[in-house]
Design a protein around this ligand. Structure first.
Ligand SMILES: [Zn+2]
Length: 340
């Protein structure tokens, strides 16, 4: 089988590897069909220092696949079925896993495609418990964006920020993979969306996507817009993943008792927080990372109802590195998906 392996920083090679053995009890063998790219892939590719990994490493952290064979004792799946594999190598037995809070597993062994071999290979064996069936009618390229992109946003907006219909939400980097997903999910329940973008081309695309108030953060202050469009009250929810560059403005954008949820810090990991504002205005700040298996199912259900990811580009596996370079350059609106 083919596998796309990272040999050294920025050195990806299509390699021939032996097929995996038949699936063990409790496992399914899957044939990977498509992979969505995320910033975690860019970090791994350009070699930011992370302790727990060794090269060569098969890349690919978010995927959709088809069941090829089932090991003993696997129920509820059949060969030919399309599934979304969970990328976290969770234990399945700790309290968090048993209670369905998979992304809080106490014994997680890493993330596939980052700490351990990922999905950019023809065949692989997975614990069947980590496979989520794809509903009929959902396109492969869309389903490829369920495990990280849609799952993360579903977890952030609904489990963590408890976004309600009709609320106002500020979405940073509305043209990014998760930003565009957040816009679509928030608009789908009738929220008012303020979205930030970095240039006029993305501003036009954000408007077309349904963002009610588009802010070019290079020419306008988003916190002023947030206060203006809410009659000085402030927004109910801020969807953060930019970090240092936007942190203080994000907190200033919130209404009394507003909620900020963050899953990233692409502009820097440290920022000052005005604690007096935090407690007097009774703000709630929640960190969010990944999602649960349930969130993947919810994401796929949304896709089957027509809430689809925004696709920027679909590329063949050989052009994976080109996709990473495009993502790194930020000259992208929505998701880059690679097909096998
Ligand atoms: Zn666990």
């Amino acid at each position: 089988m083919h596998a796309l392996r990272l040999l050294a920083d920025r050195d990806l090679r299509l390699t021939e590897l032996p097929d995996p053995p038949p699936p063990a009890p409790g496992e399914a063998q899957i044939a990977v069909r498509a992979i969505a790219l995320n910033h975690i892939d860019v970090w791994g590719w350009r070699g930011m220092a992370f302790a727990r990994r060794s090269l060569p490493l098969t890349v690919g952290a978010e995927a959709v696949a088809e069941v090829v064979a089932l090991g003993e004792g696997v129920a509820g799946l059949r060969p030919g079925q399309r599934v979304v594999p969970y990328g976290g190598m969770t234990c399945g037995t700790c309290r968090a896993c048993r209670e369905g809070r998979d992304n809080l597993c106490e014994n997680v062994a890493g993330v596939r495609g980052f700490h351990a071999d990922g999905f950019a290979q023809g065949l692989m064996n997975m614990p069947a418990r980590l496979l989520v069936p794809v509903p009929e009618g959902v396109a492969l390229e869309d389903a490829a964006c369920a495990a990280i992109t849609f799952g993360t946003v579903q977890h952030m907006l609904f489990d963590n920020a408890r976004l309600e219909p009709g609320e106002t939400v500020l979405v940073h980097a509305a043209g990014s993979g998760i930003g565009s997903a957040a816009v679509r999910m928030a608009k789908a329940i009738g929220c008012t969306v303020i979205g930030t973008v970095g240039d006029e081309m993305k501003a036009a695309k954000a408007r077309a996507l349904g963002v009610d108030h588009v802010v070019n953060y290079n020419t306008d202050r988003f916190e002023s817009v947030a206060r203006r469009v809410t009659g000085k009250r402030g927004v109910d929810v801020v969807f953060e993943h930019v970090g240092a560059a936007t942190w203080q403005g994000s907190l200033l954008s919130l209404r009394m008792g507003g909620r900020l949820v963050t899953c990233g810090s692409t502009s820097g990991v440290s920022a000052e927080t005005n604690l007096m504002m935090l407690f007097q205005r009774q703000l709630r700040i929640t960190g969010s990372f990944g999602c649960s298996l349930r969130n993947i199912g919810e994401s796929l259900a949304k896709m089957s109802q027509g809430i689809r990811p925004v696709l920027d580009t679909v590329l063949p596996l050989e052009r994976f590195a080109e996709g990473l370079a495009r993502l790194e350059s930020r000259n992208v609106f929505g998701k880059i998906v690679v097909t096998l």
